[in-house]
Design a protein around this ligand. Structure first.
Ligand code: F6R
Length: 260
């Protein structure tokens, strides 16, 4: 795991965007895993800027969203279909046929989950998976107690996540209770994971994820076992890390031949 501690959200977004842009320049047919939520908003803003100002080309890129709420139609303003379009996809030249998001209105949820896994496999697997981390330590909607080997499936949201996500809905009662989410095992098969974490309110959970034991109680901790995971965080999120100064030193002395 590489831990990159930067001053603030703007620096985190710019660094993460460079990682994604370098990947796309190296491999134009990149398969990109997308997260929604507030954390990657700045990263998407920066990718849009690189597309407009530097010609970063998404025409051959394929995208897979991590998750979708179950039971809300795709034109609902808070469906992840809408959220990712508005935050990112509508502003770059990703081809609509290359965009994949679980269908939250699927009649046969198991079949939809199998279809999603098959589509990821058929695309050649995910090259770089963007992740945020919930306050419960979840990646995707893999809440505490999720199997660390899980695949795309239906998952219940826990009360803290329902509470956190209620900021996007008229009230807590309007937040869907279920989602379709890539499993931890699905995420672990991405060739690179790029997790962004911002803010002091996530500092305790982040310390558990990075420096605690690998546990289903904090599914982000599974990234400790990933061969190429980069965790990009701001100063506030780094506050509880025991090895904070060491991570800083390692990053500052990173050899120039190592990829961003
Ligand atoms: C979103 C997702 C979630 C979020 C996490 C953090 O697609 O899979 O795991 O990344 O809940 O959300 P924010 O960034 O809003 O704090």
């Amino acid at each position: 795991m590489e831990i990159v501690i930067l001053a603030d959200a703007a620096a985190v977004s710019a660094y993460a965007a460079r990682c994604v842009a370098n990947q796309i320049r190296r491999k134009p047919r990149t398969v990109l895993g997308l997260a929604t939520g507030s954390t990657p908003a700045g990263l998407y803003g920066e990718l849009i800027r690189l597309h407009r100002e530097n010609g970063l080309d998404f025409s051959q890129v394929t995208t897979f969203n991590l998750d979708e709420y179950l039971g809300i139609p795709r034109d609902h303003p808070q469906s992840y279909h809408q959220v990712i379009r508005q935050a990112f996809l509508d502003h770059v030249n990703v081809q609509p046929g290359r965009v994949h998001i679980p269908d939250g209105m699927a009649k046969d949820v198991d079949a939809e989950c199998r279809r999603y896994e098959d589509a990821i496999r058929a695309a050649g697997g995910i090259d770089i998976q963007i992740l945020g981390m919930g306050k419960t330590g979840h990646i995707g909607f893999n809440e505490p107690g999720s199997s660390l080997g899980s695949r795309t499936r239906l998952k219940e949201l826990t009360p803290p996540t329902i509470h956190d996500n209620s900021r996007f809905f008229p009230s807590e009662a309007d937040v869907p209770r279920y989602s379709i989410t890539m499993g931890v095992g699905t995420i672990m098969e991405a060739r690179r994971c790029l997790m962004l974490v911002l803010g002091a309110h996530k500092a305790d959970t982040l310390a558990r994820a990075i420096e605690g034991p690998v546990t289903a109680m904090v599914t982000a901790s599974m990234l400790q076992l990933h061969p190429l995971a980069t965790i990009v965080i701001d100063e506030a999120a780094s506050e509880r890390l025991e090895l904070r100064e060491h991570y800083r030193w390692v990053f500052e002395h990173k050899p120039s031949w190592q990829q961003e």
